[in-house]
Ligand binder design. Structure first.
Ligand code: UD1
Ligand code: MG
Length: 447
């Protein structure tokens, strides 16, 4: 069956106390909206419609960066969840199949849960995702009658008896798209909030002789985010899952609680991640690598057998081939480090190629920026770059060449040459002894 997603994200999110729309606040480096879209992507939707409102332009940008085919519609006034879903009507006018309503602020719905909902659709006209709440609070309550879901009552409109029900509405609803829009047409706003409630469609459907049922999931899955405190809980929830998943995939985390993953981090089997490692977006680590303590990685690729850190920083475009070593206080940006090369101490390598088996001495810096433009440094294979070499880009060091330590290299170095670019050493015989004597005598006299 064809599936379209309708993801609601127009709400203001007042309790975030933010200039940024709520659905753009990040969890593990990606907007919560993207997490919701990724959940829905498990259904392989034919169409995805995001309903934006507050900060619509920014929401559209985020949605399209995840999936360029996303259709974004704008709900200019937030008149309720039914009114929000109605904004997707035009985008789905020629769509035949099921619509699934998700919330942009509910990022953790699992693929199995959505699969259970589409399965339940085979036997019921409307399927609502519910959960048994520990503290039902202000959630809508699901009112059952025999084996059918009879209606949903919002907390503000509920009687005491209805409020005692603990089976709550997650907000996720599946129905045939045409049926859904038909039912929404019949929704009014004569209720405690004066809003058009999507939840009213159940009662309307039942009165029309349609069937409705509930699929249940764990409460943690339906967690909605309304405040910074809940955002922090969501982050912790995500990290807990990501750590568990990594270990399940054969990755060793020596101190799991101190490792922070991004939403898209990929780590291969038998890789070891030491304590206090942070992953930004876009990192792939192959099998059998070691990421040592206190390293920060983003937008990079680390190959099999490479060792990174401790205290290393890999920035976007860092590409480490097999068995590369990047040591302490080394920063690599937009650079390819070929197989077996070593950058072990206190270096900056940016906008560069480093050839296989080359050794980059401590304190080496690629001077890539002239204040206006960025320039490239090319270092061949099997080179030895002396400690504290400044490579003033654009510059090329040929294969098997050397630079003397402390050199400032401003011209290309041919293969096999040694480049020394520093003042020649001059030893003045006995000068230090004479100078010390003079200074000490002066100090003695003065005191
Ligand atoms: C809603 C449900 C409630 C459910 C709860 C689960 C209704 C009427 N109530 O209540 O039964 O238990 O979610 O979290 O549906 N939105 C728009 N436009 C609007 C209004 C809302 O896009 O005009 C979006 C919000 O951005 C949010 C989602 O819809 O992503 C839910 O809206 P919210 O105001 O949080 O609904 P609740 O009162 O929590
Ligand atoms: Mg809510």
């Amino acid at each position: 069956m064809a599936v379209a997603l309708i993801i609601l994200g127009a709400g203001m999110g007042t309790r975030m106390n933010s200039d940024m729309p709520k659905v753009l606040h990040p969890i593990a480096g990606a907007p919560m909206l993207v997490h919701a879209m990724a959940s829905g992507a498990a259904l392989d939707p034919d169409r995805t419609v995001v309903v934006a409102g507050h900060g619509a332009a920014a929401v559209e940008k985020a949605a399209k960066s995840y999936d360029p085919d996303t259709i974004v519609t704008v709900q200019t006034e937030q008149l309720g969840t039914a009114h929000a879903v109605a904004q997707a009507r035009d985008a789905l006018a020629d769509f035949h199949g099921d619509a699934i309503v998700l919330y942009g602020d509910t990022p953790f719905i699992q693929p199995e849960t959505l699969a259970a909902m589409t399965a339940a659709r085979l036997t019921h006209d409307i399927v609502v995702l519910g959960f048994d709440a520990d503290e039902p609070g202000r959630y809508g309550r699901l009112i059952l009658q025999a084996d059918q879901l009879d209606r949903i009552v919002e907390f503000r409109d509920a009687t005491d008896d209805e409020r005692a029900v603990t089976l709550c509405n997650s907000g996720v609803i599946a129905a045939n798209a045409a049926t859904l829009f038909d039912l929404i047409d019949a929704v009014g706003n004569n209720n405690a909030a004066g809003e058009y409630y999507l939840t009213d469609i159940i009662g309307i459907a039942r009165a029309r002789g349609l069937t409705a049922t509930v699929v249940r999931c764990a409460e943690a899955e339906t967690m909605g985010i309304n405040s910074r405190a809940e955002l922090a809980i969501a982050e912790a929830t995500f990290q807990g899952r990501a750590r568990k998943a990594a270990m399940g995939d054969g990755v060793t985390l020596t101190a799991p609680d101190t490792v922070h993953f991004a939403y898209d981090t990929v780590v291969g089997r038998d890789t070891i991640i030491e304590p206090n490692v942070v992953f930004g977006p876009g990192v792939t680590i192959e099998s059998g690598a070691t990421i040592r303590a206190f390293s920060h990685l983003e937008g990079c690729h680390v190959s099999r057998g490479a060792v990174v850190g401790p205290y290393a920083r890999l920035r976007p475009g860092a590409e480490l081939a097999e068995d590369v070593k990047v040591g302490n206080f080394v920063e690599i940006k937009n650079a390819q480090i070929a197989e077996g090369a070593k950058v072990n101490h206190l270096s900056y390598i940016g906008d560069a190629d480093v050839g296989a088996r080359s050794n980059i001495g401590a304190g080496t810096i690629t001077c890539n920026y002239d204040g206006v433009f960025k320039h490239k440094t090319i270092i061949g294979a099997d080179t030895f770059i002396g400690s504290n070499t400044m490579l003033v880009a654009p510059v090329t060091v040929g294969d098997a060449a050397m630079t003397g330590s402390g050199s400032v290299i401003t011209r290309d170095v041919p293969p096999g040459d040694l480049a020394v670019a520093r003042a020649r050493q001059d030893n003045k015989a006995g000068f230090a002894t004479r100078l010390f004597d003079k200074l000490r005598a002066k100090k003695a006299k003065g005191s």
